[in-house]
Design a protein around this ligand. Structure first.
Ligand code: VGL
Ligand code: ZN
Length: 243
C-alpha cells in the first residue's frame, strides 16, 4: 500500500494520558501503540491529532449526576420519566440534557469517570508521542452539554468542520489510529466514511475500552458493515517513507 502525500492523511485520536494505564479512563495497553504510531507518522504530510477536552461538570461525567456510576448510560426515556437528577457540579441544565439526548445516537449518553478535564494533567498528550509532524490539532467535547467521540461530528450531529478542511486540501483517504478503538476511533472512522472519505482503520494501532461488554466486537462489525478497510501498520511502507 503506497501513501500519497497530497491525498492521504493520518488521524491520531486521543493519545492522551487519561487513556493510558494509570489514567482516569485507562484503556488496557493504551500505551503500547505510541511507538507504532510514531513510526508511521513520518509517512504522512497531513497529520491530524485529536484531543478529548472536557470542561468540569461535563455531560459525559458520571459525577455530574446524582446517584450515577461510571460505565452506565443515561437515557432520554429516563429523563422523560423524571428519573435523572443532576449533581452540584453539573455545568448544564436538564433542559440542555433533554435537547442533547434528543439528537444523540441511541438517545443516550455513556457516563465516564471525569477525564481529559480542560487544564488538567490527564488531557495532555502522551509525551512520547512525536507531535513534530502534526499539521492540525483538533480538540473536541468542550461544549458542556454535548460529548464528541468523533473528530468530525459531535454526538448531537454538529459538524467540527474537519472533513471540509481536509477535503479542501485535496485529502481523499484517512488512516485512523489511537484511542479508543470502540469509541473515538470508531466514530471518527465511521463519520469520515460518511463524509465521503475513504477510510483505513489500522487495527494494530488502537486499543479498546471494552465496556459495555462486547463493545469491541460491535465496533468491528460496524466498520465491516460500512465497508471500512481494516488494515495493519504492516501494510504500510514503514521505513521507506521520508521523515
Ligand atoms: C473516549 C470515552 C469517553 C475515547 C473519550 O477517546 O475513546 N472514550 N471519552
Ligand atoms: Zn471523553
Amino acid at each position: 500500500m503506497t501513501i500519497r502525500h497530497d491525498r492521504d492523511a493520518l488521524i491520531i485520536v486521543d493519545q492522551q494520558l487519561d487513556f493510558q494505564p494509570g489514567g482516569a479512563l485507562a484503556v488496557p495497553e493504551g500505551d503500547v501503540i505510541v511507538e507504532g504510531i510514531n513510526r508511521i507518522a513520518g509517512l504522512f504530510t497531513e497529520v491530524v491529532l485529536t484531543q478529548d477536552h472536557h470542561p468540569p461538570g461535563h455531560v459525559s461525567f458520571a459525577s455530574s449526576y446524582a446517584h450515577r456510576a461510571p460505565f452506565t448510560a443515561v437515557t432520554l426515556d429516563e429523563l422523560r420519566g423524571g428519573g435523572v437528577e443532576l449533581s452540584e457540579s453539573a455545568a448544564f441544565s436538564l433542559d440542555d440534557l433533554r435537547a442533547y439526548l434528543e439528537e444523540a445516537r441511541g438517545n443516550q449518553q455513556m457516563l465516564w469517570p471525569d477525564h481529559c478535564v480542560i487544564g488538567g494533567d490527564g488531557e495532555s498528550l502522551d509525551p512520547r508521542l512525536d507531535v513534530s509532524r502534526a499539521t492540525h490539532i483538533a480538540r473536541k467535547g468542550y461544549r458542556p452539554h454535548a460529548d464528541s467521540y468523533s473528530a468530525f461530528r459531535e454526538n448531537d450531529g454538529i459538524t467540527t468542520g474537519l472533513a471540509e478542511c481536509l477535503m479542501a486540501k485535496g485529502i481523499e483517504r484517512v488512516f485512523v489510529v489511537g484511542l479508543a478503538g470502540d469509541y473515538c476511533v470508531l466514530y471518527t472512522a465511521t463519520d469520515a466514511a460518511d463524509s465521503g472519505l475513504e477510510v483505513i482503520y489500522l487495527e494494530d494501532l488502537t486499543r479498546f475500552v471494552g465496556s459495555p461488554a462486547g463493545s469491541r466486537e460491535r465496533a468491528m462489525e460496524e466498520l465491516a458493515e460500512l465497508g471500512i478497510t481494516i488494515g495493519t501498520s504492516g501494510d504500510l511502507p514503514v521505513g521507506s517513507g521520508r521523515r
